[in-house]
Ligand binder design. Structure first.
Ligand SMILES: [Zn+2]
Length: 435
């Protein structure tokens, strides 16, 4: 006898749709079968799509910028995620530069994340390291993390990791089987002119800074045979250059993530009346660069949201330096991205995320895997309306979307049922080695 049976749905199995039934026992998918078998609870998914739960490789809940905190904490952020069809996400530890600080930041974030209603995992995060990098990596691994974020920029706040250490970390990534998550912008081309307003954001963080730095890091990756994952690629020009010069390592050793905002908007948004609401780093790019992103979208390996929400009142500031950079978006990412790219986006938001993040039991509807399942009502005529997170606006409000999430199960339990939230505790996912 199975605990749950999801019957009559259109199920996404092995990258194709199948009219079949999914049987759940405990926390796991026990069977996928066309037969109708007894179960304690039968869920009729007629007219619905049955998808693996989305996994976001890139969120910032309760991010402390010093002068302000992002407004979605692990509770409200995970609720927004849940309504977006997500069953798990990966957040970041505070940037640290020593083994002790790394361990402390891990337990600090872990305590905060207990509020999460869906499952979670963490990236370690390093800043301007000068000590024993191997000891840092070993500590990270011993704490169960297999992804390490670094920044090539933000030298102003001492977060930049310099090239020698990047090369050293790449060598270590090969030896210890972990993935370097790199925020890639050429620091020397960033202009933090204190007189800039939000309209100057593209000038402050120009597109060329992404392209030049990405090519350099791809070269380091090729030469060291290490593993790197470029977070939030913004420009199709960068992607085109990577395809032209590094196809041998692209999405094999050098992975590319992009985000819904770069597929949806151009930097013209910054010239609109409420342009300050579209401020994040790296920023929006030109129409041409967005077109190229669509042209080469198959080379975008994963979609992350970079969810980092701030209230309207905190965004409306006269100077760019006063504006917290970041936007919310996790709730609408699936609908928006399917509107842009169709079904192809599903694996970029599920199985490929699980692969890069070492989450070996998640991201697919497959026997033996965690029963993380999203029931989605496709509706091409829909528009985004409202939010379940804390933030008082969404850049996606009223945009065309591809449908809505009806229910979400996390490890076999409904946490969202017919769009009603059910009390649930997410748990820390244990990761495994990268490759
Ligand atoms: Zn981010």
């Amino acid at each position: 006898m199975y605990d749950k049976a999801i019957i009559n749905g259109k199920v996404y199995v092995n990258q194709i749709w199948e009219e079949t039934n999914v049987y759940i026992k405990g926390e796991k998918i026990a069977l996928i079968s066309n037969d109708f078998l007894p179960a304690s609870e039968i869920i009729d998914a007629k007219g619905l799509e049955v998808l693996p739960g989305m996994i976001d490789p890139h969120v910032h809940f309760e991010l402390d910028l010093g002068f302000i905190k992002s407004v979605d904490d692990f509770y409200s952020g995970s609720v927004a995620a849940l309504y977006g069809g997500y069953t798990a996400y990966v957040d970041f530890l505070e940037p640290t530069d020593s083994v002790e600080a790394l361990e402390n930041s891990y337990y600090d974030r872990l305590a905060l994340a207990k509020k999460s209603v869906i499952d979670y995992h963490f990236h370690a995060c390093i800043k301007n390291p000068k000590g024993d990098l191997e000891a840092y990596v070993k500590k990270m691994k011993s704490l169960g993390m297999n992804t390490l974020k670094l920044f090539t920029t933000y030298s102003d706040s001492d977060r930049r990791t310099y090239d020698q250490e990047i090369i050293e970390l790449l060598k270590l990534s090969k030896k210890y089987h972990f993935l370097i998550m790199a925020h890639i912008e050429n620091d020397d081309l960033i202009d933090l002119n204190p007189n800039f307003t939000y309209k100057d954001l593209p000038m402050s963080r120009p597109s060329i800074s992404e392209l030049t730095e990405a090519l350099k890091l791809a070269e380091y990756t090729r030469q060291t045979k290490g593993y790197m994952y470029m977070v939030h690629l913004t420009s199709g020009k960068t992607l085109e250059a990577l395809i032209q010069n590094y196809s041998d390592i692209l999405n094999k050793h050098f992975f590319v993530e992009s985000c819904p905002q770069y597929f949806t908007f151009t930097n013209e948004k910054l010239n609109e009346e409420e342009g300050y609401l579209y401020t994040f780093a790296p920023p929006l790019r030109s129409h041409e660069e967005k077109e190229l992103l669509f042209k080469y979208h198959e080379s975008v390996f994963t979609i992350g949201t970079d969810h980092c929400a701030f209230m309207k009142k905190d965004k409306i500031k006269p100077k760019l330096s006063q504006i917290p950079l970041g936007i919310g978006g996790i709730e609408h990412a699936l609908g928006i991205m399917r509107h842009h790219l169709g079904d192809q986006v599903i694996e970029k938001m599920t199985s490929r995320v699980a692969f890069t993040q070492g989450l070996s039991n998640k991201g697919q509807i497959k026997e033996g895997f965690d029963a993380d399942i999203t029931l989605f009502k496709a509706d091409a005529g829909m528009r985004v309306s409202g939010n379940h997170g804390t933030c008082d606006y969404s850049v996606y409000e009223d945009l065309a979307t591809s449908g809505k999430v009806i229910s979400t199960l996390v490890r076999g339990q409904f946490v969202l049922k017919d769009q009603i939230l059910i009390k649930h505790e997410g748990k820390l996912i244990k990761g495994c080695d990268f490759l």
